[in-house]
Write a protein that binds this ligand. Structure first.
Ligand code: NAI
Ligand code: MG
Length: 498
């Protein structure tokens, strides 16, 4: 493998500081308790940086700052044109610092530098730029009414938003949450995942540099049940936006009943990727590989249930296994790497447990099936790209989210069998279908109960296209114009005319 490129000096400084502080009311501060926690480089298992550990008291301060910035602060009073400028400058600054952000992301999360540099960072910039466009293009209505009244609506921000994000796309998830929230005039307390807080903290600096007023964005790194839990329970928080496990999503749903704050949830998945025998097979193989091994399979919409039409199942599975076996695995900073380490020891244990469960259920790993302990990788959290055959859709490995580089290949008889099995899951985040028959593609796209359907492609995203779940994959749609509904509320005004 090629030598890893030298780290940008700014990245070295960023991780070397005694500890990274949290952002409250425009100031970088230690936690109230003085506690810090360590973030780990998953490629080596070694400590990467120390970060201030937020808890209830820090959340209290952050919410107070966000409340003040919302209720009497400069954000809501700023002209839309000036808010546009700040969001556009943020997009520019992300691009100007792309290499630094990409290296930081790869160090903290493990993902390959090619993915950080070509997917995560530009998509984050694009999300801010897209939502900058909505600041002055989202408005209320003038409503026909009895002539003795003037009736209109105002589209107003929701208020203080608590945003809790996961570790699989740390900067991009921050952008998906902050772009629309800030564009709509809200203030925010952001809690990054404890595994990957670094790029969100760096983004906080860039937003300040772009001119965001104090208190509009507060960033409190820390653990889920403490910092996250305090945010969810806080009575002065108007909305929670969460991306993460279905289990925690349900807990947030229950917990927020007490204050009836608004909630949007983007949760897990077990997405079917359906390959018909009349598909462009080479394209389907590439799509199936990318659908499940992209980001080490730590993707909520990963195509983890690969349904292949019975008559070509065996040969398709063999080709897939051959490719999976050959995928270069290594440290994320190595430009040759396609598959990096999993994000944490916890995730490594979780995924290797599922490998054991799959084997005990009778599935056969025709590629991978184990941790990768090759020279240079043994201390990191590497799992070989794994292809299971002999899987039935009711097995645990076909029903539970594994969140690792593991695909279950399952045969189907015909179109109705594919739809039946594809829909047989508690989840409903996404699905893929591969066929040259346009009528079949339309029928299956309508029949699958999922929030996103990809036809002859997989894992395609755009800031303007909504994303979110059916069933237990959550509710609410992020991205596109739909996200504006999550971050605004409608006020009706009746004026009596005389
Ligand atoms: P998680 O749902 O526990 O963590 C996601 C975020 O929620 C983190 O910021 C975490 O600190 C926070 N959190 C955790 N407990 C909380 C609580 N009680 N109140 C408020 N916030 C809380 O996910 P985890 O444990 O990192 O991963 C477990 C599994 O969840 C994964 O194996 C995967 O199956 C799924 N997952 C799904 C994601 C998605 O994109 N939909 C992202 C991350 C994980
Ligand atoms: Mg958890």
């Amino acid at each position: 493998m090629a030598a890893a490129p030298a780290l940008n000096p700014a990245v070295q400084d960023f991780v070397r500081a005694p500890f990274r502080k949290m952002l409250i009311d425009g100031k970088w501060v230690a936690s109230a308790s003085g506690k810090t926690f360590e973030t780990v480089n998953p490629a080596t298992g070694g400590a990467l940086a120390s970060v201030a550990e937020g808890d209830a008291e820090d959340v209290e301060r952050a919410v107070r700052a966000a409340r003040r910035a919302f209720d009497d602060g400069p954000w809501s009073r700023m002209s839309p044109g000036d808010r546009v400028k700040i969001l556009l400058r943020t997009a520019d600054l992300i691009e100007q610092n792309a290499l630094e952000l990409a290296q930081l992301e790869t160090l903290d999360n493990g993902k390959s530098i090619n993915e950080s540099l070509n997917v995560d960072i530009p998509s984050a910039a694009g999300t801010f730029r897209y939502y900058a466009g909505w600041v002055d293009k989202s408005y209320g209505q003038t409503i026909p009414s009895d002539p003795s009244f003037f009736n209109f609506t105002l589209r107003e921000p929701v208020g203080v938003c608590g945003q809790i994000i996961p570790w699989n796309f740390p900067l991009l998830m921050a952008a998906w949450k902050l772009g629309p929230a800030l564009a709509c005039g809200n203030t925010v307390v952001l809690k990054p995942a404890e595994q990957t807080p670094l790029t969100a903290l760096r983004l906080g600096e860039l937003l300040q540099e772009a001119g965001l007023p104090d208190g509009v964005l507060n960033i409190v790194p820390g653990y889920g049940p403490t910092a996250g839990g305090a945010l969810v329970k806080h009575p002065a928080v108007d909305k929670i936006a969460f991306t993460g496990s279905t289990e925690v999503g349900k807990e947030i749903h229950r917990e927020t009943a007490g204050t009836l704050k608004r909630v949007s949830l983007e949760l897990g998945g077990k997405s079917p990727n359906i390959v018909f025998a009349d598909a462009d097979v080479e394209a389907a193989v590439q799509g199936a590989l990318m659908g499940v091994f992209f980001n080490q399979g730590q993707v909520c919409c990963a195509g983890t249930r690969l349904f292949v039409e019975q008559k070509m199942h065996d040969e398709f599975a063999d080709v897939l296994a051959k490719h999976a076996h050959e995928m270069p695995q290594g440290h994320g900073l190595d430009p040759a790497t396609k598959v990096g380490p999993l994000v944490s020891k916890e995730q490594l244990d979780r995924v290797t447990d599922y490998l054991a469960i799959g084997k005990s259920e009778g599935a056969k790993a025709i590629a991978g099936g184990e941790r990768n302990t090759a020279a240079g990788l043994a201390d990191g959290y590497f799992v070989k790209p794994t292809v299971f055959t002999g899987v039935r859709n009711d097995m645990r490995i076909a029903q539970e989210e594994i969140f690792g580089p593991v695909v279950s290949v399952i045969p189907f008889k015909d179109e109705s069998d594919a739809v039946l099995q594809g829909n047989n899951t508690f989840y409903g985040l996404a699905a893929g279908v591969w066929t040259k028959d346009v009528n079949k593609a339309h029928r299956v796209a309508r029949a699958i109960r999922a929030g996103t359907l990809w036809v002859n492609c997989y894992n395609v995203f755009g800031a303007s296209a909504p994303f979110g779940g059916y069933k237990q994959s959550g509710y609410g749609r992020e991205l596109g114009s739909y996200s504006l509904d999550l971050y605004t509320q409608i006020k009706t005004v009746w004026m009596k005319l005389s």
